[in-house]
Design a protein around this ligand. Structure first.
Ligand code: FES
Length: 109
């Protein structure tokens, strides 16, 4: 497990930046979370992997800019904000603040 904790936050190392090519996503399971790491033109965004509408895996969806389309019923989310862009999804997907350090994608929770 790639987790380090301080009194006010926990950092989780998810993957190498090189593991996620621009315009693609990677599913990462770490610290009991199932996450989708998205590379949008070199900026990394992290959301829960599971679609809020059903069993779809967002990392297996279709990424167009900062919009991911779930491959189950074609609902869409903005990966920067988690906001729903297209029904049938209603609830936003949870996002995590992500940053790069030493070539690794890290979230702080
Ligand atoms: S499971 Fe994702 S849109 Fe239905």
């Amino acid at each position: 497990m790639n987790v380090s904790a301080s009194p006010d936050r926990t950092e989780i190392v998810l993957c190498s930046a090189a593991d996620v090519a621009p315009g693609t996503a990677l599913k990462v399971e770490e610290a009991g979370l199932e996450l989708a790491v998205f590379n949008v033109d070199g900026t990394f965004y992290v959301t829960d992997d599971q679609c809020t509408h059903g069993p779809g895996s967002l990392s297996e969806g279709f990424l167009d800019g900062d919009i991911v389309e779930c491959n189950f019923h074609q609902g869409q989310f903005n990966v920067r904000t988690g906001a729903v862009v297209m029904p049938p999804c209603i609830d936003p997907v949870k996002t995590y603040p992500a940053f790069l350090r030493g070539g690794k994608v890290i979230i702080a929770i």
